[in-house]
Design a protein around this ligand. Structure first.
Ligand code: FAD
Length: 288
């Protein structure tokens, strides 16, 4: 029988901080006991524990009228690897017309956490993990990610390649610019090492992307690209992760009697539906 992983707090020390892109870091964490988690799962971090955020938490709780919840961060590391790492991308304050509240925790984690810092995390949990019967169900796993949505898929990809999962894998990964691609070199190395892993990048905000290589496409991931790479729509198992409609956006739309604008995740789910990929074959995680 499969062993259940108990969710519990861990006191950890940041062993090293790796700058992945200009606004994204991986925090490697060490604890007293070995960490037991599955590729694709996440831990949570409570912002209240950091003294520089104490006043901001109290202020936000006063004006928002609710307790600031812990934030979730997927493991970028895989269980077979010796270190545990979470990768955090700074969320920017870009929509003052929608909310007066700037993001709380991610800027702190990205810019103010040095190696040696102690913190408490709670883990590990999350259903966004590889189906244990993948080899029986399919010969193709397709990863469809945008921005920091790559994190759990990177973990799943590394673990499955390491384990010798006997299915081919394709990753479609969308970013605004080449410089913003998280794990760019690691993904390229995996694609070179494992011929049954195909990597396709899409770049939305650069006019010319062919300079980066034949596996770079201009624009967003859409129905056409999905159709080109999914192969057998009836059997491919899709894992898609990225920005989705936030609960705040959903609530504001409900109040205004409108529908919230679909973000990456909702768009992918709609495209997959139109391509008639069976619902049961689609696994998703929203970073909304
Ligand atoms: C399962 C899961 C896994 C995740 N994994 C990762 C990961 O691996 N890496 C990663 O970088 N991120 C990940 N995320 C996202 C992460 O949990 C945080 O949501 C993100 O870092 C932003 O947190 P923050 O505290 O900086 O922003 P927040 O303070 O939570 O704000 C987020 C947004 O909501 C707006 N907002 C805040 N409060 C309100 C309010 N009361 N009313 C209206 N709008 C408001 C802010 O302006 C901002 O745009 C994951 C999310 C989930 C659900």
């Amino acid at each position: 029988m499969e062993e259940k992983i108990r969710i519990q707090p861990f006191d950890v020390t940041v062993s090293r901080v790796v700058q992945e892109t200009h606004d994204t870091v991986t925090l490697y964490l060490e604890g007293k006991e070995p960490f037991r988690y599955k590729a694709g799962q996440f831990l949570t971090i409570d912002p209240h524990q950091f003294p520089p955020l104490k006043s901001l938490c109290a202020y936000y709780e006063q004006v928002k009228g609710r307790k600031e919840p812990p934030r979730a961060y997927s493991m970028a590391s895989s269980p077979f690897e010796p270190e545990l790492g979470v990768t955090v991308k700074e969320e920017l304050y870009t929509k003052p017309e929608q909310t007066p509240y700037a993001p709380l925790l991610s800027p702190f984690l990205c810019y103010s956490v040095p190696a040696g810092m102690k913190m408490r995390v709670i883990g590990f949990t999350g259903p966004y993990v590889l189906d244990p019967e993948t080899e029986q169900k399919t010969d193709h796993v397709v990863h469809v990610c945008a921005g920091s949505g790559i994190v759990p898929n990177f973990s799943i990809l590394k673990q499955t390649l390491h384990d010798g999962l006997k299915v081919r894998q394709t990753m479609l990964y969308a970013n605004k610019t080449y410089e913003e691609i998280i794990f760019r070199d690691e993904l390229e190395t995996l694609a070179k090492k494992y011929p049954h892993f195909k990597l396709i990048h899409t770049i939305t905000r650069e006019p010319e992307v062919s300079q980066y290589g034949p596996n770079y496409r201009k624009g967003r991931i859409g129905k056409e690209l999905l159709d080109e790479f999914i192969g057998d729509r009836k059997t491919a198992q899709v894992y898609t992760c990225g920005p989705g409609i936030t609960p705040f956006e959903a609530r504001a739309a409900r109040k205004a009697g409108t529908t919230p604008t679909p973000r990456f995740l909702e768009t992918m789910l709609e495209d997959l539906k139109q391509l008639e990929v069976p619902k049961d074959n689609i696994n998703y995680e929203s970073y909304g």
